[in-house]
Design a protein around this ligand. Sequence first.
Ligand code: ADP
Ligand code: ZN
Ligand code: ZN
Length: 782
Amino acid sequence: MRFASVILDIPTQALDAPYTYAVPEAPAEAGGYDVEVGCAVLVPFGHRQAVGFVVGLQELPDGEAPAGIDAAKVKPVVRAVSPAYFDEEGAACAQWLSERYLAPLSSCVRLFTPPGGVPRMVRAQAGYWRLEEPAVGEVDDRWVLPGAAFDGFEPRKNAVKQASIVEALQAGELRVAELAAEFGAVSSTLKALEKQGVVRIERRRRMRGMPPGSPGVPEGPGTSGTSGFTPSPKPPLTAGQASALAAIDAARERGAGEVVLVDGVTGSGKTEVYLQAIEAALAAGRTACVLVPEISLTPQTVGRFRGRFGDTVAVMHSRMGAGERYDQWDFIRSGAARVVVGARSALFTPLANVGLIVIDEEHEGSYKQDSAPRYHARDVAVWMARRAGAAVVLGSATPSIEALYACAKDPRWHHVELPERANGRPLPAVQVVDMAKEFGGGSRSMFSRALSRALAEELAAGRKAVLLLNQRGFAKFLLCRECGFVPECPSCSTSLTFHERGNFLICHHCGYRVTAPPACPECGSPYLKKFGAGTQRVEADLRVLLDATPGVGPGVPIVRMDADTTGGKGAHQRLLEEFAAADAAVLLGTQMIAKGLDFEDVTLVGVINADTMLRLPDYRAAERTFALVEQVAGRAGRAELPGRVLVQTYEADAAPIRAAAAYDRALFLRDELPKRRMLRYPPYVHMANVLVWGKDEEAVRTSAAALYEGLAARVRDYGGEGWDVLPATPCVLAKLRGTYRWHLVVKCPLDGDLSGVLLPYFRARKLEREVNVAVDMDPDDL
Ligand code: ADP
Ligand code: ZN
Ligand code: ZN
């Protein structure tokens, strides 16, 4: 007798164990699917049927049942309703994710299924459910090809349309849709031609999500070609690139899941290193998965990979439609795709035989998923590479402190540096502008005199500028515009968050709370500003400034890029093209502009407010500020023209800002690491952030307090040295869309098994109806 472990495809917060079902002896009906690991099955569930995924199969002698299961009560699987979406390895990964991130197994299994492509149960009428096929199935096109009688075709005198169609086909086969676009209604004409044997009509699978002009679906492995793609030439590597490549090749050949951190300044040729490392992996018969931050997944990025590896490149990201993603997923499963380029979810596509996993801009926040399972792509990649005997390549100009720390401590992590740009251009000089002094000079503008002057010079000379308005998070804090003072928590050394409702300041680490002062406690100034200016405001002010600047005027476009202007599909791309096409122009945007922009004629980069992020109540604030300033600075002077960078700040003396301006990472780390160690933050501890939310404020508070009691008891019983459970406090965003949010933090030493200790508690915990609880392991914000 065979038994299947099945995870029901139902949203839940329970750390569910799989259900056991019996596998029917009879083979699948003709055209049906076999019950195998990774497939969707229909199973009885209560009074109805439900869809689930098979995560394990077990064969037992007749009469026996799996441990803890009553054979008499086991119900049989109704039938399999899909092919296998994942294999045993995928099932093992889902299990690991669930235990590592304390996430419901159903949410982990879901990562492996094709987007929009899974059958599901829908409620048809009261009490009646039916199975609905995937919303995005395969689609096909009808193609018209020359038939047997094509060559000798003699149109009748008045059969003009027939003649034109045959003439059009002389150049090669065409889709019915293309013919229709040119000649109008063609179906009856085609039917007539088909009857005479002049043309053949064929249905062919269409792959959504491929660029126009590229070949259709590759038939299988070995049909690779770069036709239809702009080839990207392969330059000889610099010495630094060559040694990075050698380190990657060696790590891959050792096949032990080692990591190579390519620590290279912007423009140092990291992407070229990835390309050649992938080429070597492919030559060795392996495949490669390349993760890129969602925002940098532009046609240009994809083009670089397709230009080298042609139609063996699959692309996967969330801005693609469900149909396109389904086809790319299927293309990967077919084995024809050898390279997958995508956002973090690309890790879970059915790419076989992976030899290399590349994570570009590994410091990026978008590699952490903010819903269950709250995994970090870097950690998952390392786990997968160890299992698959592959290597991981991490690339960044500003590596995360975690990655740098691992390189220093773990012999399986290797650090290679590319300190110079591939074209030999110097990095632009960075000037820090102290805004506190500007204000003293009588100006209340967002643009310092130095930045205004620089804008005027560059724009009048027909060059381009990029302005960054740092707007991460919406937590407000108070800032004295006179002296730069920001109220801080007396015991946590983080800034206090300002709560408009109730006019108080609160520390989100320890709960310390005071009434907001009417004047600056430091200098007595009444100019206490609540920080948080919008891009729209800045755009309006900038317009006024430019219009009043001699030699610039109203003709110079301002391209604004933020969450509002980039909502639509392709909007991001369109704005960048608009900026590229202009002569003198300003690109004004939020964090999203700091990445991947490569415009030759940008000679000025301005950071309008480097310190807004620095003051966020978040242990990573300094690291993020340092990285952002350094990343954005790298956008200037990429080509012939030298660049310059102006960083406006009220914190001119803050270490992250001074360090970024001097491109001095050692200086930054000397300042930052002792603080992290003292305050017990990563990389010196493991952390779990336990999130509690719901519509009923009192229930949320009570539940958070009970969780604190429960977890504190669990940790006490466990008795580990250096384990801490901090009392529950409201989140920085204490209320979001009508939901009240609390959290509490658990910390343990680096060698502590945080997931392992917390897991039994969360498995045993009873779910509440009113309150949601989730665990965020290694949280990105705190
Ligand atoms: P990164 O990914 O580090 O920002 P890229 O790989 O995009 O750097 O390289 C920056 C620029 O330098 C690109 O235009 C690239 O084509 C070019 N480049 C990279 N490596 C070389 C090389 N070895 N010789 C000449 N040009 C190179
Ligand atoms: Zn505090
Ligand atoms: Zn002051």
